[in-house]
Design a protein around this ligand. Structure first.
Ligand code: RFL
Ligand code: PHB
Length: 393
């Protein structure tokens, strides 16, 4: 058994954990990152694709934006459509901000490389992670390393960045946490296709058959999504059925627009839910990202919310190590204000665009879409939220 020591033990090497270790190191605060999966697995995982303006600004400010600007795509807006109508919402015109298309796996690789260069201590492939002493001045995290050896990290603070299924959230006594949750009766079928995108910017499509989204990863890779019923078995969706449904829902042939099909490299079903745990702190444990809250992906907020939490958390932990506990005491309240804003926006985009089979609801959705796409106030509200509220607003 090995015992080691650091200032902050970071559980989870997703975007929140990696970025946190980077922000702490810049301020001279030492950390150790432990991760259940292998590094290859974490870096290959296909997830989010959109970075909002405040995320890009933060990454630029710490010298990590170079590849985003070189290889990512800057988008000035999105298309919103329903049968017979496609409208562009121009974020730059509305609120003076844009977003970048940049895969989460690319960001994870950039962060990993930056941490390697700085000599970050990592444990990948750990199991049996247990958090202890959260109510004391001397918390610790224990686990088995990839060779099966028992390791304990004694620390001053623990950052729970271990996503929706990690142990951090569960380490808070039930009497000390409150959960807010909503599940949706539909899921997304996500497809990664080896074909050039058929659109210059993302298309969010309302359709009586269900929502569809055309996104992208590069000049030769498209990312597409279809609304399917919750509980759908992926085996029911052969590739030709997927392309047929995408063509119908995205309006292939309408006003001269065509969807180009291609080989599907990966497909999976993503359940959708909204989830918030309050507070985001218990004693010496502070949570960030999916460990504390989950949003449905319709507004592209999950990754950005993890980045915003992490910026606030780094500030709080650095102050704590310098003897000022006040930012750590206010961390949960500050992070939750932004998290609830994004929870609302993601719920709003989701319920505006996904059909439920209720004709009255469909009428309301179309009325809302008509307003958002024709009114400056409606479009500006969407643009302000989509490009991201300031961190710590
Ligand atoms: P992550 O990225 O889930 O990272 C948490 C890390 O903690 C590790 N972990 C542990 N480590 C040590 N010990 C343990 N016992 C551990 N248990 C877990 C995990 O292996 C993992 O590496 O959380 P983080 O850093 O908070 O980042 C959040 C984002 O990853 C997330 O919000 C988004 O990816 C959500 N999301 C999407 N968001 C979007 O905005 N657009 C999308 O298209 C989109 N697609 C997705 C997604 C999330 C998905 N998941 C979680 C199922 C697609 C998927 C499949
Ligand atoms: C993606 O490219 O994966 C993506 C883009 C926008 C969303 C959700 C996912 O709203």
């Amino acid at each position: 058994m090995t015992t080691t020591r650091t200032t902050v033990a970071i559980v989870g090497a997703g975007p929140a954990g990696l970025l946190l270790s980077h922000l702490l190191a810049r301020e001279g605060v030492e950390s150790i990152v432990l991760e259940r999966r292998t590094r290859q697995y974490v870096e290959a995982r296909i997830r989010a694709g959109i970075l909002e303006a405040s995320s890009v600004a933060l990454l630029d400010s710490i010298g990590l934006g170079e590849r985003i600007h070189r290889e990512g795509f800057e988008h000035r807006g999105i298309y919103l459509q329903w049968p017979g109508e496609r409208h562009h919402i121009d974020f730059v015109d509305r609120v003076g901000k844009s977003v970048h298309v940049y895969g989460q796996s690319e960001l994870t690789r950039d962060l990993g490389r930056a941490r390697d260069a700085a000599g970050q201590r990592f444990f990948y492939g750990v199991s049996d992670t247990v958090l202890a002493g959260l109510d004391t001045d001397g918390p610790s995290v224990s686990f088995r390393d990839e060779r099966g050896e028992q390791v304990t990290i004694d620390c001053d603070l623990i950052a729970g960045c271990d996503g929706s299924f990690g142990p951090s959230r569960e380490s808070v006594p039930e009497s000390k946490r409150r959960i807010w949750e909503r599940s949706y009766p539909y899921s997304w079928l996500g497809v990664l296709a080896e074909v050039a995108p058929s659109t210059d910017e993302l298309i969010y499509a309302w359709h009586p058959d269900g929502f569809a989204l055309h996104s992208m990863r590069s000049e030769s890779v498209s990312r597409l999504y279809l609304q399917v019923d919750a509980g759908t078995d992926i085996a029911e969706w052969r590739d030709d059925r997927i392309w047929d449904a995408l063509a119908v829902r995205l309006g292939d042939g309408e006003a001269g627009w065509h969807l180009t099909a291609g080989p599907i490299a990966e497909k999976s079903i993503l359940p959708m839910r909204s989830f918030v745990m309050e507070p985001m702190r218990h004693g010496r444990l502070l949570l960030a990202g999916d460990a504390a809250h989950i949003v449905p992906p319709t507004g592209a907020k999950g990754l950005n919310l993890a980045i915003a939490d992490t910026a606030l958390l780094a500030e709080a932990l650095v102050a704590f190590t310098k003897g000022d506990a006040s930012p750590a005491e206010h961390y949960s309240e500050r992070a939750l204000r932004r998290a609830w804003r994004c929870t609302h926006f993601s719920w709003w985009m989701t319920t505006m665009l996904h059909t439920t089979g209720d004709p009255f609801e469909a009428k309301l959705q179309l009325a809302q879409l008509a307003w958002v796409t024709s009114s400056a106030a409606g479009a500006s509200g969407l643009a302000e939220n989509y490009t991201g509220m300031p961190i710590g607003f």
